[in-house]
Design a protein around this ligand. Structure first.
Ligand SMILES: NC(=O)c1ccc[n+]([C@@H]2O[C@H](COP(=O)([O-])OP(=O)(O)OC[C@H]3O[C@@H](n4cnc5c(N)ncnc54)[C@H](OP(=O)(O)O)[C@@H]3O)[C@@H](O)[C@H]2O)c1
Length: 391
């Protein structure tokens, strides 16, 4: 009897712990994604990154890597930008990040795709987010296929409408194309990005039967976006924060209050800010081109801010004045989505679609040599027959 107890009690405890909802999980109110992408995904936590259950039952890593390199986007030659992104994505994945955020308009999806191949991390073990640009809203289905092709994947974990730009009917039609892709198993969750800046578009989407899972907005200690966060709760939509470090503007990384909290934990200000996001139940996707910062930013799951520290940071909110961007969206937009090429170092064209290029090429060469072997045997047979019949 004692033996049974020692066996069953730990199993029950593990079951109870693993079946507990996390503090920030959402009610499942939306139909789950089509089986294609959903059945392939197998994302496990690394470095202590927690998951949040979205309103469609999908678990999303609460922390990720932002891949946009704003400072390099003005150069129309995309080679250097993609090479840098390829390098930073490799650094992030080898530093145990399990979640990447990109967009068509960052002109870097090709670099992200190669970074994933280069890292040798299984695609199904990471979360990939991308975004449709307003220029492709009127042909969104092809736009989605283009994203998949540039990233060298057959599904996305999350797809956003990047900006609420253009005619409202066109925005809604693009949203419906995303829902079709979701039902077809090409996408595991869908979202709206920056729709807090055009409520007309937000309201139109909320009239659709299928509601989004995630809203991406600017959010950091200087602009905590409490109103928008309340709004998102209406439909159990998860808030994800871009510019979680306010893009290192306005002295946020040397803020005195944040510095004293950081010193108390022997952490950096960036780590304290990112930890604040996690304890607020927000998803954060900090970006960096520096391998040391990339490692530092994910090293936030071994300490906890006290309630009083959380409240102090809440007190730093400057409301709308604290935002880096506040774009009044309408019908016009400025991105020029010219196609680009990226020739990665260390890959050749035959290895483009596979991370396992070495095994591919070896199987290719073995089938090659076996066909050569058949030709050689036929040749010998022909010579023997020649001598038998004509010698
Ligand atoms: N949906 C949208 O419209 C939208 C808009 C903007 C951004 N985004 C997404 O949000 C992501 C994050 O935004 P972001 O990368 O521009 O801004 P961010 O994460 O707020 O800050 C990045 C800046 O902080 C610096 N930094 C990062 N970690 C640091 C550290 N530990 N110590 C000191 N400095 C550090 C980086 O410089 P170093 O390179 O030197 O580390 C970089 O200058 C983007 O990559 C993108 O994926 C989405």
């Amino acid at each position: 009897m004692k033996d049974i107890k020692t066996f069953i009690i730990p199993i029950l405890m593990i079951f109870m712990l693993t079946s507990c909802d996390s503090e920030f999980d959402h009610e499942v109110t939306q139909e789950g994604p089509g089986s294609g992408a959903q059945s392939k995904s197998n994302i496990q936590s690394k470095a202590g990154v927690p998951f949040i259950r979205l309103n469609n039952g999908v678990n999303m890593p609460q922390f990720g890597f932002g891949t946009q390199i704003l400072s390099m986007e003005s150069d129309p030659d995309r080679q250097a930008l993609n090479a840098k992104v390829d390098e930073t994505v490799t650094a992030a994945l080898t530093s145990d990040y399990i979640h990447l955020d990109t967009a068509h308009a960052y002109f870097n999806e090709k670099g992200v795709g190669y970074g994933i191949l280069r890292s040798k991390v299984d695609r199904n073990s990471i979360w990939i987010t991308s975004k449709l640009d307003p220029h492709e809203f009127d042909d969104a289905s092809n736009g989605i296929d283009g994203i998949l092709e540039r990233l060298q994947t057959d599904y996305l974990d999350l797809l956003f409408l990047h900006h609420p730009v253009g005619n409202i009917n066109t925005i809604v039609s693009a949203y419906r194309a995303m829902v079709e892709a979701y039902k077809a198993g090409k996408v595991r969750a869908i979202g709206i990005s920056n729709f807090d800046n055009r409520m007309e578009a937000y309201n139109a989407i909320m009239e659709e039967e299928f509601k989004p899972q995630v809203m991406q907005i600017e959010c950091h200690p200087y602009a905590q976006r409490n109103e928008t966060r309340e709004l998102a709760k209406t439909y159990d939509i998860q808030v994800e924060c871009w510019f979680p470090l306010k893009h290192n503007q306005d002295g946020i990384l040397s803020d005195e209050t944040l510095t004293s909290i950081a010193n108390a934990h022997n952490k950096s200000v960036a780590q304290v800010i990112l930890r604040w996001h996690i304890q607020e139940g927000l998803i954060a996707i900090p970006g960096s081109t520096n391998a040391t910062h990339i490692k530092e930013n994910i090293d936030i799951f071994d300490f906890e801010l006290t309630d009083s520290e959380m409240n102090t940071i809440r007190g730093l909110d400057q409301g709308e004045a604290g935002r880096a961007y506040n774009i009044p969206y309408g019908n016009d937009w400025f991105t020029n989505l010219v196609d680009y090429s990226y020739i990665p170092e260390g890959f050749n064209s035959s290895s483009e679609s596979s991370s396992d290029s070495s095994s591919d090429s070896s199987s290719e060469s073995s089938s090659d040599s076996s066909s050569k072997g058949i030709n050689f045997t036929l040749g010998k047979l022909f010579i023997i027959l020649f001598f038998v019949f004509f010698a």
